[in-house]
Design a protein around this ligand. Structure first.
Ligand code: NAD
Ligand code: UFG
Length: 334
């Protein structure tokens, strides 16, 4: 099958590209490189032994997208392109709505015109907002508490409405919890431009000495040690979830469905810091700062639905996540 990965040059997309190429699919990456680097294409090729086609373009350019869908004979799209930092979204909400919400409208228009109606969307656990119970299952009410989460929620509403209007669509929205870790080769990993917003890449850069210390965003939450608890999941497990979702999409009756991609376990910021210190054998300096606007105390997944319908479950441990992330950090001379 030929699959279009919007945002495929990014952290999660590059791991998906490697897996899909390994499964014998043909991959086209469409990315404006706003948070990634062209060199990732060579690294994908080195691991997979095959080169994905690449278009340096914006998802808001609907005509270009339509041309790519038609000319490349795309059968399915995995839509990862978007902005993803919770804190940044509070400061720059319009950028988030433009990239994420206008972006998906542009994509859906292009797909409709090109008659490509199979789509997997990168959603997020942030759509659940402040949990009223844990673990979060897919039936939990959605109520995003920050602009980033609201963009993902709007995207899901649009997808649901599109699927209701035309039953030939097959759409899955995958709600990722917190992807961390890297490819075993050390060639792919979380490599954001500029200062990282997410905890794991920040910890890695402090351990490597390129940043002084990590600021822990609040230690007064109602959690085991006062710091935020998240469901960290290995990025390769997340990528495998997409392969399982693609297979399920081809077999099912329902036009639209949502699935959590998480492990079912939560870890605090202090636990993550200790885990990274263990694998790197480096003391990671930190200070405790105020809470970050838009953050919730705890968030972890119920994994039952994904296991039942996708036949998928995360396999890798927290140690695998930390070791592979550290290996990638040490290898970052490419
Ligand atoms: P990433 O920033 O590494 O990758 C996103 C890619 O999209 C980048 O290569 C960027 O250049 C590209 N992009 C952004 N805006 C674009 C646009 N308008 N047109 C074309 N390309 C564009 O992020 P990631 O961690 O790989 O995340 C991928 C998706 O998964 C995002 O939609 C994100 O919101 C979602 N998600 C990520 C996480 C996470 O913690 N990493 C968690 C939940 C959901
Ligand atoms: N944190 C710190 N210091 C930092 C960065 C983060 O203490 O420098 C804390 C946060 O307060 C939170 C935890 O570490 O408690 C994880 O924060 P991240 O920024 O790594 O992740 P988030 O849970 O805020 O958000 C991530 C992605 C979103 C996605 C969400 C899904 O960035 O795209 O996971 O749960 F939607």
């Amino acid at each position: 099958m030929r699959i279009l990965l919007t945002g495929g040059a990014g952290y999660i997309g590059s791991h998906i590209a490697v897996l899909l190429l390994g499964l014998g699919h043909e991959v086209t990456i469409y990315d404006n490189l706003s948070n990634s680097d062209r060199s990732v294409l060579g690294r994908i090729s080195k691991i997979a032994g095959k080169t994905p086609d690449f278009f340096d373009a914006d998802v808001n350019d609907s005509d270009v997208l339509e041309g790519v869908l038609r000319n490349q004979n795309i059968e399915s799209v995995i839509h990862l392109a978007g902005l993803k930092a919770v804190g940044e979204s509070v400061s720059y909400p319009l950028e988030y709505f433009k990239n994420n919400v206008s972006g998906i409208i542009s994509l859906l228009g292009a797909m409709n015109r090109a008659n490509v109606k199979s789509l997997i969307f990168s959603s997020s656990a942030t759509v659940y907002g402040n949990p009223s119970y844990l673990p979060l299952d897919e039936e939990h009410p959605t109520c995003a508490v920050n602009p980033y989460g609201r963009t993902k929620l709007h995207c899901e509403e649009i997808l649901s409405d599109i699927a209701n209007s035309d039953s030939s669509w097959r759409i899955s929205s995958l709600r990722y919890f917190n992807p961390v870790g890297a490819h075993d080769s050390g060639l792919l990993g979380d490599n954001p431009s500029g200062k990282p917003n997410n905890l794991a890449p920040y910890l890695m850069r402090v351990a490597a000495g390129t940043l002084d210390h990590v600021v822990i965003f609040g230690d007064d939450y109602e959690t085991l040690d006062g710091t935020g608890v998240r469901d960290y999941i290995h990025v390769v497990d997340v990528a495998e979830g997409h392969c399982a979702a693609l297979t399920e999409l081809g077999d099912r009756e329902l036009p639209f469905n949502v699935f959590n991609l998480g492990t079912g376990y939560g870890h605090s910021v202090f636990q993550m810091l200790a885990a990274f210190e263990n694998v790197s054998t480096i003391k990671i300096p930190y200070i405790v700062g105020p809470r970050r606007p838009g953050d919730v105390a705890s968030c972890f997944a119920s994994t039952e639905k994904a296991t039942e319908f996708l036949g998928w479950a995360a396999k890798k441990t927290l140690k695998d996540m930390c070791l592979s992330a550290w290996n990638f950090q040490k290898n970052r001379s490419f």
